[in-house]
Design a protein around this ligand. Sequence first.
Ligand code: PEP
Ligand code: MG
Length: 598
Amino acid sequence: MTTVRHEPHETSAAKILTGIAASRGYASGSAVIFRTEQELQISDFSLSPDDVSAELERLENALALTRIQLQSLSQELEKRISGNEAAVLNGQIMMTSDPEFLAPCRKLICDELQNAKSAVWHTTQHFTRAFAAMNDPYLRERGKDIEDFARRLIRNLSGGGEDRIARFTQPCIVVADDISPGETIAMPKDKILGLVTEKGSLTSHSTLLARALGIPAVVGVANCLKEINPGDELLLDGVSGKVIHNPGASERKAFTKVVSHSKSFQTFVEEGRQLPGSTSDGHPVPFLANVSADCRMTDLPKVAAEGIGLYRTEYLWLSLNREPSEQEQEEAYTAAVRSLPLGNVTTIRILDLGGDKLLRGEGGTEPNPFLGNRSIRYLLKNPDVLRRQFRSILRASSHGKVQVLYPMIATIEELRAVNLELHRCMTELREKGIPFDDQIKRGAMIEIPAAALIAGTLAKEVDFFSIGTNDLIQYTLAVDRSNSAVSRLYQPTHPAVLQLIHLTVQAAKARGIPVAVCGEAAADPIFAALLIGLGVNELSMAPNLIPLVKRVIRQLPYAELQEIAKEALSRQSDSAASIATACRNRLINLVPELLYLR
Ligand code: PEP
Ligand code: MG
């Protein structure tokens, strides 16, 4: 994925370095090299038993200092950004008092007479190894946060020392091996035009922060530190993931054109930000948000989200690494419900643990976790967990409009069993006089091909469908959604996928229930247009993508979308790529700005 391509040019020695487009935007300027942190010096010397209590005290002092540093960085961040990313250091702050991390450190000091730095480092390695083995790239990145925390703690045990402070006098593009969240925050924003790093991924916290701070970034650029020298001229394209090194006149000219198109596109998107979702001729298309527990719900009005279309509850489990108590769940769900204007719905999906979302220490026992004891299968085998979750959701439903969503439904028996459990929990609360919404709507996710094929039967037992394209595509095409080696085969416009969506919509229509789509494909404006044409009623996506997709849909007449969808469905023997191109071409005629969408 990360290659260095040498492109000869008549007048320049330009080279194109390719990496991951991590934070959208463009920058041109000269390079400043931000040097790698020195390897940590950790000696393994043993303590004498007499020194143990002093060493424990040293650890406590370093923890206190670490907490103060992190809190002050966090406050600085709160001032500069308002998204979820402002909470990026919360996990590290919590680690300063996390017994799961600190108990083994203290034990190594007390029982094995290890010095504090060595104890911290050994414990950290135990954790980072466990995270590195996880499939979910987001969770793998959380291991790096632990390492980042440990490095800071060890620096403080060594007598202090802040983050590598970037002291730049001129605006520049920073080139580094990797950058920690603390370093990203500490950078003078007015001097940083862009970031290029050798390491990093789409989900690393520094990348999330760069996005939130609006710093264009390309990460995972192999050998960039070898290729680029201080002062070299760079053109950074954070949309396509390219860095042009030592550009000539023609590269500069082409780059200026791309930047100007991008600005016009951004203006186009911003124009419709607060308008309601609909087609150009007034066919309503509500845009809802996909969220999880760590999301700042207060940001939803900024993108005019008309509710929560998917609350992924498993992240509560993952962040605590255990089942949250009924009270913890109730508080989290109620907070989400209360954060929305009255009348906006919160769609709470019951636990979708399994697959690539596993608790630490509980993975690795199934040969194929995506086809194993995942989600609804786990819940029906562990009805107490399901009941605790249902009771919490029901309690939250007394504070606003809530609907409950069942993931991974493959059979009518599962659907009936889970409905029965919900019914039992409602009876239990009613008998105890606990308030809840007894008209609460129940929905099934359609994310397994079998569910789409029996959608007519399922529709009789629920109030709505929500299509999970992430899994529907994975299971239909037998393509692991998280395996980059087969990502070219992961094709939303494959005729089989379109047929399954069509079947689902038809079954829902026949029964008079609405269909939402909450998979990532809904956030691709071209696919979203196709979905609306296919008869999907609402779209749910990551909040920051709502303005873009909504703006495009607001330009399109409904009848035209139906035509485009009809044509796509009729192309049964065409490739996914040619179906996608045909849709794109027709849509570009209606929304020329799509030309500039990259
Ligand atoms: C989906 O499968 O499309 C979906 C929204 O669920 P998740 O991504 O959480 O599996
Ligand atoms: Mg899914």
